[in-house]
Write a protein that binds this ligand. Sequence first.
Ligand code: GLN
Length: 188
Amino acid sequence: MNAPRVGILAIQGDVAAHARALARVGAEAVRVRRDKDLDGLAALVLPGGESTTISKGLDRLHLYEPIEAFARSGKPILGTCAGAVLLAREVENEPVRSLGLIDVVAVRNAYGTQVDSFAAPAEGEIPDLDCVFIRAPRLRRPGAGVEVLARVGGWPVFVRQGRALATTFHPELTDDVRIHAMLLDLAS
Ligand code: GLN
């Protein structure tokens, strides 16, 4: 059987690390920069990076509507860190146009400057989940349709609404590929 093709939005951010994680779960990673690149993909990843920069790129490349349509057609989508900001219903501070695919409010750079990078174990349904945070957002006010799958310090760090997944941490920066495996599972 052919490996499922999973897209990674390749405007800015940690595209290569996601490609390695996807390869480890048996997917073929495809870089997405135009709407045509979405054709035939099983799932899509919005990587971490800088959500302001990525959102400008989405605008310039006219990718907001095609990505929204891709997800609304039932295809799984994973946003990590800046990608989680882009999936949120609303971005509370600093205007970033988001896709509104997960009913949460994202607060950018919410951990302040002293602790803008740290690792912490999460509590939730996934045992021994170690999370790496880099200038991470916080997710607030999850709506009724949102499942919180993991928390750190009480805050949601991994949420799911239907086939849309968001982590405020960077699963692609550890050896743990369970989040990428979950994305692939949702595609089948
Ligand atoms: N602080 C970044 C933003 O809001 C996200 C950081 C990251 O993706 N590592 O876009």
